[in-house]
Design a protein around this ligand. Structure first.
Ligand SMILES: NC(=O)c1ccc[n+]([C@@H]2O[C@H](COP(=O)([O-])OP(=O)(O)OC[C@H]3O[C@@H](n4cnc5c(N)ncnc54)[C@H](OP(=O)(O)O)[C@@H]3O)[C@@H](O)[C@H]2O)c1
Length: 326
């Protein structure tokens, strides 16, 4: 198949491109003129340039394309409008280009997020698939808006919602590995918060299975999560163990976490670059849980994340160490 991967040079995107190439597909990537393409070094992919915040000229990039994997997106911003400009309006531009210029398109795959659905009730209980979306944050609302844009379009689509994603080349969860290396596992004080997680190579496999799946009604939403659910404390301790350390859990009072989020926002504004740790991120951290069921993906795609959590954490640590990030 010929696939266009928007954000194919990003953290998850590069894992997907590797997987697509390994399975013999022809890969095109949509990147910005300013994008760092080093994650794609040595991969036989063709790069096309475009910024989702501006009108897109994609006639060449979309010619003969059968799958579009839409991963490009904003994960952080100073205002909700910054996230909407990329995630909602950018998705609208891409969808319009696909409708007009991709007559061979078999499936448009939007990589959304559990953030678009909103938190789960608490503990191990997964969020009900039937429950109405209740995103908490600017990011969550912008990803939900992107889902609505895709569902409204006359395109054969599937919407995938990953949880927290970790793995080689990730810079966001890396900060937790760095704390764990020092033996620190900070978690919100009070009731344990539970999470679904997935490693990027496993997620890439799930995305590919979603592209290949037959008889998937257009507009289907599927969480792509590993089967194991962990508390924040357990995840940190298992990160520490993967690093050969004993992780000491440090409960951080809610008020202190909120202050840290506001402080991080002030520093980010002073620097002029939004940061992943922010007051918005603290809101997500303080939610009861972010748990989804792996069952819908198992039933609809015959996909279950194949790598056990400890093995995926160990592979990630090895990559960080080999590349001097840890
Ligand atoms: N990481 C997670 O835990 C996670 C969890 C759930 C869902 N997701 C979703 O997965 C997708 C990929 O995320 P990621 O973790 O791989 O993040 P990432 O490494 O930051 O990738 C995001 C990509 O989007 C591109 N992009 C951003 N703004 C753009 C614009 N205006 N025009 C064109 N491209 C633009 C970036 O290009 P530049 O390099 O030029 O900035 C980058 O390649 C996102 O849609 C995200 O919402 C991520």
């Amino acid at each position: 198949m010929r696939a266009l991967v928007t954000g194919g040079h990003g953290f998850i995107g590069a894992h997907l491109c590797e997987r697509l190439v390994a399975e013999g597909h022809e890969v095109r990537v949509l990147a910005r003129p300013t994008s760092d393409l080093s994650s794609l070094a040595g991969l036989p992919v063709q790069v096309f340039l475009g910024d989702l915040r501006q009108p897109l000229a994609l006639t060449e990039a979309l010619a003969g394309v059968q799958w579009v994997f839409h991963l490009a997106g904003a994960l952080k911003g100073f205002r909700e409008a910054d996230l909407m400009a990329v995630n909602r309006e950018g998705t609208q531009r891409l969808v319009e280009a696909c409708v007009a210029q991709a007559p061979d398109l078999r499936r448009f795959l939007l990589v959304s997020s559990l953030a678009a659905a909103g938190p789960s009730p608490g503990g191990f209980e997964p969020r009900s698939e039937a429950a109405e979306a209740q995103p908490l944050t600017w990011y969550g609302r912008s990803k939900r808006a992107a889902e609505q844009v895709v569902q409204a379009a006359p395109l054969p689509s599937v919407l995938l919602r990953p949880p927290v994603v970790f793995g080689p080349r990730d810079r966001d969860v890396l900060s937790l590995f760095r704390l764990a290396r020092r033996g620190w596992v900070p978690v919100p004080a009070g009731a344990p918060r539970y999470y679904s997680v997935v490693s990027a190579p496993d997620l890439a496999e799930g995305l590919l299975r979603a592209a290949e799946a037959s008889s998937l009604p257009s507009g289907t939403i599927l969480p792509l999560v590993a089967p194991e659910v962990v508390s924040a404390a357990e995840l940190g301790q298992r990160m520490a163990r993967a690093l050969g350390r004993r992780g000491r859990v440090v409960p951080v009072p809610e008020a202190l976490l909120r202050m840290a989020g506001w402080g991080a926002d002030a520093v980010a504004r002073w620097r002029g670059t939004p940061a992943i740790f922010s007051a918005q991120k603290v809101m997500e951290m303080l939610a009861p849980a972010w748990v989804a069921s792996p069952e819908p993906a198992r039933q609809r795609l015959s996909w279950m994340a194949p790598t056990p959590l400890d093995e995926a954490l160990a592979l990630t640590v090895r990559w960080y160490r080999d590349h001097g990030w840890l």
